[in-house]
Design a protein around this ligand. Structure first.
Ligand code: AMP
Length: 232
């Protein structure tokens, strides 16, 4: 059930953090509860690749190699989705922005209420990505070490055969972590300077991380600056 949001609760939210930090898993866990749309640019791009659209064909090689997809393509696909009516009540952006140019483009599109910085050490990220398996049907995420499926290789919810993402292979993981450090991590300073950034310790048990996130999204722990900014 979706509870009525408090007036101080953030509605336009970015989840920022390295690949493997659990942004997608956590967004899926809380979005519905808070009445927010979960928008993952990675998912939007993978869907375009699967459909074989011109944009998907252009994005495919970049994704496989672990590189960023060119900004114009990502902005096109995200802009289209953000203009749909179901985004009007609020959203969680998962995996966007990934560099300063994207952050600036987002600022021209919509104000933000909160940027959650998912903090996890590098060794744990590599372990998580290497063990990650995904259901192609319902997008549930499993991890062989921390959240194995009940039946090996099969989704608990719909029984579909689980897949490993091509960019979770070790070579692509190295590139993705490097891209994060060089292009995305500078956004932390950018959002810290605006007062929107809130760190979240995302290294622990996923259920504990979800609890911390719930408190943030309920607006309980946000500073008065943010509350003031949200008043109409
Ligand atoms: P993710 O599912 O967020 O880990 O994204 C998977 C891949 O999709 C990334 O490694 C990039 O190749 C591409 N991608 C996702 N979001 C973006 C973005 N905001 N900008 C550029 N490329 C992206």
């Amino acid at each position: 059930m979706t509870a009525a949001p408090r007036p101080t609760a953030p509605r336009r939210i970015v989840f920022l953090g390295p690949p493997g930090a659990g942004k997608g898993t956590q967004a899926a866990a809380v979005a519905r509860e808070f009445g927010l749309l979960h928008l993952s640019t990675g998912d939007l791009l993978r869907a375009a690749v699967a459909e074989g659209t011109p944009l998907g064909r252009e994005a495919d090689g970049h994704i496989r190699a672990g590189r960023l997809v060119p900004d114009d393509l990502v902005l096109e696909i995200l802009g289209h989705r953000l203009r749909q009516p179901d985004a009007a009540g609020g959203f969680i952006l998962d995996g966007f922005p990934r560099n300063l140019a994207q952050a600036r483009a987002l600022e021209r599109t919509t104000p933000l209420d909160l940027v959650v910085s998912f903090e996890v050490d590098r060794q744990r990220l590599v372990e998580r990505l290497a063990g990650r398996w995904i259901c192609p049907k319902c997008a549930s995420v499993y991890n062989l070490a921390s959240r194995p499926p009940r039946r090996p290789g099969l989704c608990d919810l719909d029984g579909a055969a689980l897949l490993q993402r091509p960019d979770d292979r070790p070579e692509a993981v190295e590139v993705r972590l490097k891209v994060y450090t060089e292009q995305t991590a500078p956004l932390l300073e950018h959002y810290r300077a605006t007062g929107l950034l809130h760190p979240l310790d995302a290294s622990g048990d996923p259920a504990a991380v979800t609890e911390g996130l719930r408190r943030l999204l309920a607006g309980d722990q946000l500073g008065t600056g943010m509350r003031d900014r949200q008043r109409p």
